[in-house]
Design a protein around this ligand. Structure first.
Ligand code: COA
Length: 327
């Protein structure tokens, strides 16, 4: 299959892109959105200055058959993180895939330069069964850094009541705690090289300003007496998830700061989410977890989460000026 024209993605393409993503997810899953509404949200989270870093390819029947996107995922430790997405109808020819890949790398360089960053790291997803795609990335300097598991839990008819240790209060995500929640988030994820640690600029789109944000299913646990200045002991942010036909909420990020770990806080927050989900008619919780995150995997296994079969590999590559100069 050939691509006869490329254009920038707009909200008007959300429905045909969702159709393309459904087709791809059926054969080589990487966690792409399946509903037009979620694709629209995805495009909205790129922000106006990144909208130009998208590309929609159409075949000779004017059907959307390819998509490319470069997204700014924030800066951590002076390194700009850039997510590359390329999605193709299964019959799209190899040279089209290579052409889009090179376009994405060029756009990523421009994004790095626009942000005034010297160092950037590129990350992209590849379906576990997409050997050719993985080889293509590896030959361009990418390396597999982790495998993401995709886990689901059916919402029971009578979810267990949340049990909170004394001295902790469960509260909805409140704008008064926005910056403290960000700091708690980044502290909880400090040891996890794979996790995003948003700065002030990118935090809103990661959390409450994310178009899929579900306030009723998100929560903070506040400590009444604290071993630190920040009362946010634990946090959970949930998003709408249109990746399956079952009404589903995505546990987007959740964590407990180190002093409070193994006290049942994550368990309590997930019990709370199950209650809220049940009342809202949501039938399933879903999340992605790195296969090296043994404590989180132990938590989810204990709570009954199971593999959905939609896990994928994550590959990364440095994007430094020195790397640019290499042939
Ligand atoms: C994973 C994490 C959220 C767990 O939070 P928590 O509040 O300590 O979890 P809980 O106390 O509710 O633990 C419940 C169960 O999970 C398992 N578990 C949690 N931490 C564990 C650890 N370090 N080692 C082994 N099992 C662990 C245990 O089965 C535990 O039950 P037990 O204490 O009765 O044995 C926390 O370690 C964390 O914030 N990690 C960094 C951020 C992160 O990885 N988030 C998840 C991203 S997908």
């Amino acid at each position: 299959m050939r691509i006869t024209g490329w254009s920038r993605a707009t909200a008007a393409e959300a429905a045909p892109l969702a159709a393309l993503f459904r087709r791809i997810e059926a054969v080589a899953p990487v966690g792409l959105e399946q509903r037009a509404e979620d694709v629209r949200n995805r495009l909205a989270t790129l922000g106006p200055d990144n909208a130009g870093r998208t590309r929609v390819g159409r075949d000779d029947t004017d059907t959307v058959a390819a998509y490319g996107e470069v997204a700014d995922m924030g800066t951590a430790d002076d390194v700009l993180r850039i997510r590359l997405t390329s999605a193709f109808h299964p019959e799209v020819a190899d040279d089209v895939r290579s052409e889009l890949h090179h376009w994405l790398i060029d756009q990523a360089r421009q994004l790095r330069d626009d942000r005034g960053s010297v160092k950037a790291v590129l990350g992209t997803r590849c379906a576990e069964n997409d050997r050719a795609g993985r080889e293509r990335l590896i030959s361009d300097g990418f390396a597999v850094v982790r495998h993401q598991r995709d886990l689901v839990l059916a919402v029971p008819d009578s979810p267990p009541a949340p049990v909170l240790p004394p001295g902790l209060v469960l509260t909805p995500v409140d704008e008064r705690y926005d910056e403290l929640a960000r700091l708690a988030h980044n502290e909880a994820y400090a040891d996890s090289s794979a996790a995003l640690r948003p700065d002030r600029r990118t935090w809103p789109q990661h959390a409450t300003a994310h178009p899929g944000f579900l306030p009723d299913l998100s929560c903070l646990l506040l400590a009444e007496t604290q071993p630190s200045d920040n009362p946010v002991a634990a946090f959970l942010f949930a998003l709408t998830d249109g990746s399956t036909d079952t009404p589903t909420a995505l546990l987007h990020c959740l964590g407990t700061r180190a002093p409070w770990r193994r006290g049942g806080l994550a368990t309590a927050m997930i019990s709370h989410v199950l209650h809220q989900a049940h009342s809202a008619g949501i039938r399933q919780l879903r999340l992605e977890v790195t296969d090296s995150n043994h404590q989180a995997l132990a938590l989810y296994r204990k709570l009954g989460f199971v593999e959905s079969g939609r896990g994928f590999a994550v590959l990364m590559r440095q994007l430094t000026p020195e790397a640019d100069e290499q042939p």
